[in-house]
Design a protein around this ligand. Structure first.
Ligand code: 5AD
Ligand code: FES
Length: 357
């Protein structure tokens, strides 16, 4: 199909935030540069309508790579005996936040594997300490699947947001990427619980993961429509050499960029990061992501000494740079797109604020 014939679909998606499955599949499967250009142009117009030229930064603190799970794609899966495990101390984590604050970060993301050491008591204490030092900052957790009462305690302690990628909305595909003890139902149950509790929620999927079809991606888009998350984190699948999926093909920047734009048209106000995985698969990937509708970057604030050990996939970028250096590099990259990094919590515009603990 000539891709200009697809432009009316973009009008429809913009006007109704919806398309039929067949229409979505035409957009997902068209690889032409012409469609790519037009869809990112429209995505940019929308992101600028709600966010102007601003780019929000989130300081990512990868605080533990111990993980009880054994996802087939992930380098820190418990089955990877070659992963060197580490866990930051409370003091190291607080120091990352202090450094980040000085650099202008107003959101911190505590991300880690599912590490049993971090009980509700330890995590709530940590959350309280961070919020006490930096009451004007938002705190995001990304620590995987827990039970509802645990999510409630963490929220009451002061956590504002939660990232839990759904990975894929197709049950059979989910089961092909995860061992039997992980269930698609529980993943979705967690996401719904987080929403109900009042977190600003981020979900998302890997693009181009092994076995992913257009039908899977359409289900992902339907899940976004249903859940209406405040954030959507997507990035290409990149094989890790010590995992069962080591020999699989990586995802592409092209598909990831097209999906970023589709998601911007589908959820116009959503917070959308241009991810490190996108910058890994393509050296200009994050800049291209911003030009395709993304409005968030998540630079690494973890101590340089542990960066290499938080290896979810191979060839991850920004491993050698301290927070300050990485931010300088990133600021230049952002300037090249005509956008600018701002010192702001960057809440979702629909977010009404949270009562203090
Ligand atoms: N390639 C790309 N992304 C990955 N993740 C985990 N392993 C990989 C990989 N090999 C993503 C998952 C997870 C997030 C923290 O990192 O989507 O939710
Ligand atoms: Fe991190 Fe360039 S963005 S070093």
């Amino acid at each position: 199909m000539e891709c200009q014939k697809l432009f009316p679909l973009l009008d429809k998606l913009e006007q109704t935030q919806d398309l039929t499955d067949e229409e979505f599949s035409l957009l997902i499967e068209d690889h032409s540069a012409e469609l790519g250009k037009e869809i990112s142009r429209r995505a940019r117009i929308l992101r600028e309508k709600y966010y102007g030229k601003d780019v929000y930064i989130r300081g990512l603190i990868e605080f533990t790579n111990y993980c009880r799970n054994n996802c087939y794609y992930c380098g820190i899966r418990c089955g990877n005996a070659r992963a060197q495990r580490y866990r930051l101390t409370r003091e190291e984590i607080l120091a990352c936040c202090d450094t980040g604050y000085e650099l202008g970060f107003r959101t911190f993301v505590l991300q880690g594997g599912e590490d049993a050491y971090f009980t509700d008591d330890r995590l709530t204490e940590l959350i309280r300490a961070i919020k006490k030092s930096h009451p004007d900052c938002a705190l995001t957790l990304s620590v995987g699947e827990r039970e509802q009462d645990s999510y409630e305690k963490l929220f009451e302690a002061g956590a504002d947001r939660y990232l839990l990628r759904h990975e894929t909305a197709d049950k059979a595909h989910y089961e092909s990427l995860h061992p039997p003890e992980l269930s698609h139902e529980h993943r979705l149950k967690c996401l719904h619980a987080l929403k109900t509790i009042g977190y600003q929620v981020g979900c998302g999927m890997m693009t181009g993961s092994p076995g992913q079809t257009t039908a899977c991606l359409i289900k992902d888009l339907r899940l976004l429509q249903e859940l209406q998350p405040e954030m959507v984190g997507i990035g290409p699948f990149i094989p890790h050499h010590d995992t069962p999926l080591a020999g699989c093909q990586p995802g592409t920047a092209g598909l990831t960029l097209r999906l970023l734009s589709i998601i911007r048209l589908l959820l116009p106000q959503v917070l959308l990061p241009a991810t490190t995985a996108l910058g890994t698969i393509d050296p200009g990937g994050r800049e291209k992501g911003l030009m395709a509708g993304a409005n968030v970057l998540m630079p690494n604030l973890s101590p340089v000494t542990v960066r290499r050990q938080y290896a979810l996939y191979d060839n991850k970028i920004c491993l050698g740079e301290e927070g300050a250096e990485c931010l300088r590099c990133l600021s230049k990259r952002v300037s090249s797109t005509g956008y600018r990094i701002v010192k702001d919590r960057g809440d979702h515009p629909g977010f009404k604020g949270k009562e203090g603990p």
